[in-house]
Design a protein around this ligand. Structure first.
Ligand code: ATP
Ligand code: MG
Length: 361
């Protein structure tokens, strides 16, 4: 069987450049590589509700925002099936059966969920749905028999959990499910891009994002306010690279020809960093360079977004037909799962024959 991709995002806000370098950019490369038999991209609205139960309107409003972000980065509806999670009830049913294979203590060990619980100050009152979302993610991935999940580093524990569920299921009921693996960005910085405030992760929930749909002015203002090095007061002072988000973003976005185009007095990023560390290089200069590098990447994304914003009914059709096609695939997997678990009484002539034999002895 060929390779299959399933990945997705929570519609809790517009997508940001952390999503872009962590997953979206790679999805587009993989889409164009021709290596994949099928690519499913899911808007995880049911998962978004696990920590937004009191705010369904936020989730509802962000579905179209995320769909527009997808199309604007160059995901191609001819090559990709887009789907909305909540509209595929088979995913919920799979989650229910998989939860029998997972212990509470195993869920408690998931480091990503642990830190997300802390961040949301959920400690004393975690919604069960939020606590168990790794199981629902395993259902999403396995429903499409996905082999490959392009995602950021925070998703590693989810993939580990999904693989455990697959192994447990296949051992217990027979070989039905496919073990998925994560496809992380090769560039380490891109696996977890920090926020503009220097916090460990750019995240919608932390409000420290540069959004793909920000205007040039918004991006420029955010770069101007960006945290650099508090000890680098005068241009002549030696500066630090470690923890300096301007350099972190340059690590994630600089391309081979960026220097030639926008800062020809340097050969490469190592040279720029060395000069900054030595002293004599001002923050304004590196920030202007970052703005130019970001703008080169974001301008075409913004332009494609405008194209699709003028075609919302078409986007609606893409989502609807994608979800319908995806549901058929998930339904076939659910049938395989129920057959393997032998909870298929009305489709299994053996069951009624057995029962009849048992009671007419
Ligand atoms: P929320 O705060 O609602 O959880 P989020 O910004 O963390 O939102 P998700 O929808 O949870 O975004 O993540 C979607 C995908 O983007 C995942 O594959 C995740 O690994 C990746 N991702 C999110 N933030 C970053 C980041 N800062 N750096 C790299 N990848 C990221
Ligand atoms: Mg997240």
């Amino acid at each position: 069987m060929g390779k299959i991709i399933l990945t997705g995002d929570r519609p809790t806000g517009r997508l940001h450049i952390g999503h872009y370098v962590g997953s979206l950019r790679r999805r587009v490369e993989l889409q164009n590589s021709g290596e994949f038999e099928k690519i499913y991209i899911m808007i995880a609205d049911a998962q978004a509700l696990t920590d937004n139960a009191d705010n369904p309107e936020k989730v509802r409003q962000n579905i179209m925002e995320v769909a527009l972000d997808y199309l604007s980065v160059g995901l191609d509806p001819e090559k990709v099936t887009f789907l909305i999670q909540s509209q595929i009830p088979e995913l919920t049913e799979l989650t229910f059966y998989y939860s029998d294979l997972v212990t509470v203590s195993r869920l408690q060990r998931n480091p990503t969920v642990k830190s997300e619980i802390q961040m949301r100050e959920f400690e004393a009152s975690i919604p069960v749905g939020f606590f168990t979302y790794p199981i629902s993610q395993a259902a999403d991935i396995t429903a499409f028999k996905a082999t490959t999940v392009p995602a950021g580093e925070d998703q590693e524990p989810m993939l580990e959990q999904a693989r455990e569920i697959v192994r447990k299921f296949n051992q217990t009921y027979g070989e039905v499910l496919v073990e998925p693996s994560i496809s992380l960005p090769t560039n380490e910085t891109c696996r977890r891009l920090p926020g503009i405030d220097g916090k460990a992760k750019m995240s919608k929930s932390l409000g420290n994002c540069i959004y793909l749909s920000d205007t040039e002015k918004e991006v420029s203002d955010k770069v101007r306010q960006m945290y650099t090095d508090p000890t680098h007061l005068k241009v002549s002072d030696p500066g630090h690279i470690e923890g300096n988000v301007v350099f972190t973003y340059l690590d994630a976005f600089v391309k081979e020809d960026s220097f030639e185009k926008y800062l020809p007095e340097y050969q490469n990023l190592d040279e720029l960093k060395a000069h900054y560390e030595k002293g004599g290089l001002g923050d304004v200069k590196i920030k202007n360079f970052l703005k130019a590098v970001l703008e080169e990447e974001l301008a075409p994304i913004r332009e494609r977004r405008h194209y699709w914003e003028a075609r919302i009914p078409e986007v609606y059709e893409i989502l609807k037909s994608g979800t319908e096609a995806a549901e058929k695939v998930a339904a076939a997997t659910l049938t395989d799962v129920k057959n393997a678990m032998k909870i298929n009484y009305f489709e299994d002539p053996e069951w009624i024959a057995e029962q009849e034999a048992k009671f007419t002895k």
